[in-house]
Each structure stands twice: as C-alpha cells, then as structure tokens.
Design a protein around this ligand. Structure first.
Ligand SMILES: Cc1ncc(C[n+]2csc(CCOP(=O)(O)OP(=O)(O)O)c2C)c(N)n1
Ligand SMILES: [Mg+2]
Length: 353
C-alpha cells in the first residue's frame, strides 16, 4: 500500500523591526506617525509605571506585583490592535493593557493594592479581570467567542497566556473547542522563556508553541514579541479574520521577562546575567526609538516630553489610588453575583460584632 501524506504543517516567524531598529522595507506596514507616536508613548508609560509599581511594593504601598519590563511591545501592540467591539482577556502580566482599553491607571493600581474595586472593570472596556490561575482564561475566551458567534456579533476575543499556560489542560480544551466550533478567538501566547523558574524547554518538546494550534485544526504564527510592528500587525489581521468568520488563530510572541516573575521572586537563583543581557540587547522600546528617529519623530526633546508626561500620569494615578476610600464590605460583595447565606453571616460577624 502506498504511503500517502495526509498532513503537513509549517510555522512562520515574523520580524519587521530587527533588534537594532532596522526595518524590513518589504514587510513594513504603512502606519501613520500618530499611531507610532502613541505606541512609543504607551511603551514608555508602561515601563515607568512598572518601575513605580515595583518601588511601591518594596516600600509596602502595593502587594505582590508581576513586572512587565521587556514585554511592553506585546501588551501595547496587542491591545492597540483591538477594536472597541472586541473582548480582551488578559493574564496578570498584561494588566497595563487595561489602560489602553480606556481604564484609568489608578484603577489598575487599586487592583494591585488589593482593593476589590480595582478589578470591577468598566463594562465599556470589554475586558475580563486578569487570570491569576494559570490557563483558566483560555477556556473563558473560547466560551466568550462562542457566545459572540451564536449572537451573530461582528467581534472577536483576544486572550493572552504565558508559555507556562500551554502546559495546562485548560489550554488544550480551549483550543480544541475553538477549532471544532470555529470561534472568533485569537490566542496570544506570550513566550517569555520562563514560567517562574521553569524554562521553556522543560515546558514542551515542541520546537514552537505556535505549532500546537495545527493539532487543533487552525493556523498559527510565531512573531518577534519585542517588535511592536510585528505584534500589532499580526494581532490586527488575526482579529479582523476572526471577526469575518475565519475562526481561531494562535500567535506565539517570543519575548523575555527582564524582571522577576513577581516581586516575591528572585530570578538570580535560576537564570544567568548573560541571558538577561542577551535580551536587554533586544529591547522593544529601543528598537522603536531608532525607527522613530529615522522617521524624524524621535529626538531628545521628544524623549524628555514623553517621559515627563508619563511621570505625571503615573504620579496622579498613585495619588488617586492611595487616597481612595475603600469599602471593606466589597471583599464579600464581589465574590458572587448573589451573596450566599454563609457569606452574608460572615459579613455580619465582621462588621456588626
Ligand atoms: C493553576 C495554577 N497553577 C500554578 C500557579 C502558580 N503560578 C503562578 S505564575 C506561574 C507560572 C506561569 O508562567 P507563564 O504561563 O509562562 O506566565 P508568565 O508568568 O511567564 O507571564 C505559576 C506556575 C497558578 N497561579 N495557577
Ligand atoms: Mg512565561
């Protein structure tokens, strides 16, 4: 009996801006300067806000916080590519994306300060609270996307999960269902090389994470996650295809977490300084800066203005969050849509004793 090949798959890797900011002119998207300027401002704001959050945590003004440094192109590029009609379902690492979805920064601060209202998201932002349990957001996303499809809405879901989340059963359940029911969901897997102290190579034997989608019957691509042009364009196109009925898509964004996993982690215990420096050299902000300088958008004055503007936004947001009068009863109010009898009794015990 002749052997017949019944399946063959390939995964492409996309990079538009190289590590030194040189653009591949064959791939360069024609984005207006206003959008490129917005990307740069948001990445700078994200980085400075991240530094501030770490400083707040170190001085007892914020709780455990998961740093963003190094992954700004993924969070900013992906959320900027969303339409108002789409849904954003992030993990804890993409909380800065809420700002791009229209939530004020002080509300995001509140979430990391342990105030319940920080995750009571304005419905207009069409965003889910960030998932702390690894991988659970993937099944939620498939479910939301299925609902959009059943309702006949022209919108899509963007869900973000780490490389570690792809080892969870939830990830595979979500992809299988998404493929079978052709739901409008874009899975953005943020491969930052580590799941706390577990390296990517111990996570899966696959050469790429992207290829996992092929097993579930849909397409995928790997992009340079430190190249905002590649991230933005790929997510935008995938969302548009999903809205038009092409079904799910997976994007593996290859990036690196420069900081600690969270403020409760010490990465020096499991990774080398050389590795971190290798990735520092691939910084996402630096390469957009070079590109913008060549376009005549970036110069020293511009940099000073962008930084001053970011510092002001951050200071105002910290001030607002720290003077927020929280309602302690909300730790009971926000647990279920309707409070259970047990919780009601516990609340009474706490506040009426
Ligand atoms: C179900 C579950 N198991 C374990 C944990 C503990 N945990 C928190 S973060 C993390 C690693 C996640 O790594 P990855 O998905 O790559 O995301 P990253 O933190 O790198 O952004 C683990 C195991 C958890 N939060 N939830
Ligand atoms: Mg990871």
């Amino acid at each position: 009996m002749p052997i017949e090949r019944v399946f063959q798959g390939t995964i492409d890797h996309l990079q538009i801006l190289d590590k030194d900011g040189n653009v591949d002119t064959n791939l360069e998207p024609k984005l207006p300067n206003e959008l490129l300027d917005k990307m740069y401002r948001l990445m700078v704001l994200g980085r400075l806000w991240d530094k501030k959050c770490i400083a707040l945590q170190r001085t007892g003004r914020m709780y455990t916080y998961p740093p963003l440094e190094g992954q700004e192109a993924v969070t900013v590029g992906a959320t900027l590519a969303l339409g108002n009609e789409d849904w954003f379902i992030p993990s804890y690492r993409e909380s800065f994306g809420y700002y791009i979805r229209g939530l004020p920064l002080d509300i995001i601060n509140l979430g990391w300060m342990g105030v319940e209202e920080g995750l009571k998201l304005d419905k207009k932002a069409k965003s889910f609270p960030y998932a702390i349990p690894i991988g659970t957001q993937h099944t939620h996303a498939t479910g939301v996307a299925y609902a959009l499809k059943l309702k006949g809405e022209r919108s899509a879901v963007l869900v973000c999960g780490g490389d570690g989340s792809t080892s969870e059963g939830d990830f595979h359940d979500a992809l299988n269902f998404a493929g079978v029911f052709q739901v409008p969901c874009v899975f953005l897997i943020v491969n930052n090389q580590w799941a706390i102290s577990v390296p990517r190579k111990s996570q899966t034997k696959s050469e790429t994470i992207a290829q996992k989608a092929l097993g579930y019957g849909f397409k995928a691509i790997q992009v340079d996650g430190n190249d905002i042009l590649a991230v933005y364009n790929t997510v935008k196109e995938a969302l548009e295809n999903a809205r038009s009925g092409s079904g799910p898509f997976l994007i593996e964004a290859v990036t690196y977490r420069i900081g600690a996993h969270t403020t409760a982690d010490d990465p020096k215990k499991y990774r080398s300084e050389e590795e971190v420096n290798f990735w520092r050299d691939r910084d996402p902000i630096k390469r957009l800066k070079v590109y913008l300088a060549k376009k005549g958008v970036w110069n020293e004055d511009y940099e000073a203005k962008v930084n001053a503007e970011a510092v002001k936004i951050i200071d105002d947001a910290v001030q607002k969050a720290e003077t927020y009068k929280q309602e302690p009863k909300n730790m009971f109010n926000f647990l279920y849509a309707k409070m259970t009898k047990d919780l009601e009794n516990q609340m009474k015990e706490c506040f009426e004793a």
